[in-house]
Design a binder for this molecule. Structure first.
Ligand SMILES: [Zn+2]
Ligand SMILES: [Zn+2]
Length: 90
């Protein structure tokens, strides 16, 4: 692909995985420093209480946006990454 900022060819890191080289990470432009934005793959983990996220995220889990999941129960609270859920867990 070419850089959307300067039009130069973009490069991508290649990693040798044993059976050949696989692209790794986002495309980047050596000319201007542009980096391909990555799709958000950060999963936000909420704490589920009575079928709803503790933080008040709207709707049941199956209506949440991509990237949200939940845990529930004692011992699972360490996995919670939602700031607001964590705050209300204390
Ligand atoms: Zn560029
Ligand atoms: Zn939450």
């Amino acid at each position: 692909m070419t850089c959307p900022q300067c039009g130069e060819a973009c490069t991508r890191d290649l990693v040798d995985v044993g059976v050949g080289e696989m692209p790794s990470g986002p495309y980047g432009c050596e000319n201007c420093g542009w980096l391909e934005p990555l799709p958000p793959d950060v999963t936000i983990v909420h704490y589920l209480n009575a079928g709803r996220a503790l933080c008040g995220l709207a709707g049941p889990p199956n209506q949440w946006p991509d990237g949200h999941r939940w845990v529930s129960g004692r011992g699972a609270t360490d996995e919670v990454t939602c700031q607001e859920c964590r705050r209300r867990l204390v």
